[in-house]
Every structure is written in C-alpha cells, then in structure tokens.
Design a protein around this ligand. Structure first.
Ligand SMILES: Cc1ncc(COP(=O)(O)O)c(C=O)c1O
Length: 403
C-alpha cells in the first residue's frame, strides 16, 4: 500500500469528496457594469450596426496590436474566410496549415475551394514546424496559415520567409493570441494578415466577433468589401454623403460586426492589459506548481515569445501513469474541474477523412500530443482559490494514478 497522503484521499470519481462543490469551467467571459452600460448606450442610439462604434473599435484595436488596419468581422471564422479570400485562394491552390487547431482554421481554405495541406507541429510548443512546412511547400501554395496554439506565437519569422520565397502570404490565426509578443513585437502587425476571435472564452469578447489586422492597405480594402457583400462603400458613408449609389465589385458576404458588439469590444479592450497580466500570473503559478508533479509536463515557452495564455494545456506522461487521458479527464471532471481537450487533429475529423482520405500517421507529433493533452481552466476572472483548486485536483488525481 502507498504511504503517500494524497493517495489516501479517495477520488471524487470513486465516491470521495470533490475538490470543489461547483464546476469551474475551462474558460469564461468577465463582464462588468461598464461593459453593460456601453451596450445599453448603443441600444438607445441611432446606429445598431455599421455605425460609429465599428470604426472606433477597429481603430483602437489596430493601435493595440500595432497594425495599420483592423477590419472587424462577425466571428473569427468569418475573419479567417476573409483572409483566405484576400489571399486569393481558389480552386487548384493549396494552403499549408497545422492539424492541431480548431477546424475553422482549415475550413476557411475549403470555403475558397482550395486544398488544405497539413504540416506537422514542433514537439515543444505544438505550433507549425517550419521544417515540415518546407517539406510540403510547392508552387501551388498561396498561403501558410499558422496558429498561435494556446496563445504562444508560431515561428513567424521562419514561416514568413518560407511564404515570401514562394510568393505566398502568411496568415496568422491568432484567435488564441491577442496580446502575445514575438521578438518583442505585438502579434497583429507581423504576418501579412492576423486573425482574432472575440468568442466569450477569448481575451476580450463581443459575444461572437472577429478581426483581421494587416499593414497592407490593398488587403484591408478587399477585406472591408468582402465582409459587406462585396460592396465598395458602406451604408453610413452613403448616408453621411447623402448618396444612394453603390456598386458590388466582388462576391462578398454579410460578415459585419454590429455597433452593439463593437461597443462591448471597446469597453473590453480597455481592460485587455490587466486581463493579460492576470492570465500570465495564473500560468506562472500553474507552471511552478506542476514542475514537480511527475506524470505531467507543463507547456513550454520559447525565449523569443511572451504568450497570451488563452489555454493552459498540460501533457500527460502516460508511461508514468496507470490510466489513459480519458480516465484522468473523467477524474478531474468528477473533482469539478472543467477540463477540456484542444484539439482533435483536424485531418482526423470524419469530414476530412471522408472527403480527402486523411489518415492517422500523417502528422505523428500532433497525433501523439493529442492523446496526452488536457486543457486546464484558464481565464482572467479566476480567483486565487480557483487556481489553488485546480492545482490541488490535478495533484490529487495524477498522484492517485502514478505508477
Ligand atoms: C484557433 C482558432 N481559430 C479559429 C476560431 C474560430 O473563431 P470563432 O469562434 O470566433 O468563429 C477559433 C475559435 O475558438 C480558434 O480557437
């Protein structure tokens, strides 16, 4: 019998007392009275959509991420579609992306009838591996779509060079990485286009919402038209100029973000810096606590990077445990810790298998990481007691199942 005191404490999954009485989610928005007031003011105003708050939010956002232009969209997915369109992806073209992401990253390539090519990730930070990209790049590749997994910027310099060498564009899916830095520069003005999401679990929320940041005026104009049916002017411009005439110059969509959402975005943006600081504090606390827990590896951070910590994904060392990831996951949920898994490799989803014949073994690093990943709760509204509960539950469960 073990002499470890934590082993004597029965797990909640075996009928013991859970570490928490109520489930702690893995991510959650924080809204205050200022946010609510900002939205209510718009509801009383003349413009519910495509009014002054859209431009204000875009301008302040661009300044915050050090980009010349920011174009808002109705979601991060719509923003990715806009970026794939602006990169001129079309039938017969390819775009290289990572399998370890939310499916929207690859789906935007399919929306343009182009072909996604999956390159494997680096084992340390689980971002696109430039060596794997260079093995898969060809004259057909028009874009590399890198993801800043968990908020850790991808190898943007190397990937940018690879894209440029082929006349392709680097699109950075920074849906996890608002506020992250790479070689001291803010994510947003580094890649040709950088895409953000404002889903409630992200660093700032507008309910649903997204943004593309770019320094290229031509791409910015295409993105603006694309999110507004392909029309060359916006309703408010016409209203202010007393004109009715407009022209549709490309096939776009209604991907506009409302003034209601942008007012919330502006109010949330004002709190981004303290919220990022809190996420970094939580990550530092987790990493210090878990360094000495055998059976798990905390996320790595490269020297040139300051991550934004959208997620905190630990990797299980299955050789040191008596059970698989599924059992650790269930045991943590029973302790009322709302863990999650990011991500099922995109190429292994039924749609990608059925339509394109993708199979296991194509991206071994991502596939092996997937078997071992668990995302712990990470959001700026977590209290010190929440963080302590996660550390306690993880230590309790892992030590119970240690070999
Ligand atoms: C990496 C990544 N890309 C794209 C998206 C899509 O963003 P949205 O939910 O705003 O459409 C997400 C959303 O979670 C994401 O995590």
């Amino acid at each position: 019998m073990s002499t470890s005191p934590t082993k004597l404490e029965p797990l909640a999954i075996h009928g013991g007392t859970p570490v928490r009485g109520k489930l702690l989610p893995y991510g959650r928005q924080s809204l205050d009275d200022e946010d609510i007031h900002a939205v209510v003011e718009v509801l009383k105003s003349d413009w519910l959509t495509t009014g002054p708050k859209v431009g204000e939010f875009e301008e302040q956002f661009a300044a915050r991420v050090d980009a010349r232009h920011a174009i808002s969209f109705s979601s991060g997915t719509a923003a990715l579609h806009g970026a794939a369109f602006a990169a001129a992806l079309g039938p017969g073209d390819e775009a290289i992306t990572t399998p370890l992401t939310f499916c929207a990253t690859a789906n935007c390539i399919l929306y343009q009838r182009a072909t996604p090519v999956f390159a494997d990730v680096s084992p340390d930070v689980l971002n696109l591996d430039p060596d794997e990209v260079s093995r898969k790049i060809s004259a057909r590749v028009k874009a590399i779509i890198a993801v800043d997994y968990a908020g850790h910027p991808a190898a943007l310099d190397e990937l940018g060079r690879l894209a440029k060498g082929r006349g392709a564009l680097l699109i950075e899916d920074a849906c996890h990485a608002l506020g992250a830095e790479y070689h001291g520069k803010r994510v947003g003005g580094i890649a040709d286009m950088t895409v953000f999401s404002f889903h409630p679990v992200k660093h700032l929320t507008t309910g649903e919402g997204g943004m593309v940041a770019t320094n290229d005026a031509r791409l910015a104009e295409t993105l603006r038209r694309f999110r507004n049916h392909g029309i060359s002017s916006e309703a408010r411009q016409r209203h202010e100029a007393g004109q009715w005439f407009y022209e549709m110059v490309l096939l776009g969509y209604n991907y506009r973000l409302t003034d209601i959402a942008c007012a919330l975005g502006l109010s949330q943006l004002a709190k981004l810096s303290p919220n990022l600081a809190r996420r970094r504090e939580i990550a530092a606390h987790y990493t210090a606590a878990f360094r000495s827990v055998p059976g798990l590896t905390p996320p790595s951070v490269r020297a040139e990077v300051n991550p934004a910590w959208h997620l905190y994904p630990i990797r299980l060392d299955l050789a040191k445990l008596t059970v698989d990831r599924g059992q650790i996951f269930r045991a943590l949920r029973a302790e009322n810790i709302g863990v999650s898994v990011h991500y099922i490799p995109v190429h292994l989803h039924p749609y990608y298998r059925d339509q394109f014949g993708h199979r296991e073994g194509e991206c071994p690093v991502a596939e092996s990481a997937y078997e071992r990943l668990i995302s712990l709760p990470m959001f700026h509204g977590m209290t010190g007691a929440d963080v302590a509960d996660v550390v306690k539950a993880v230590s309790k469960v892992i030590s119970h199942y240690a070999r």
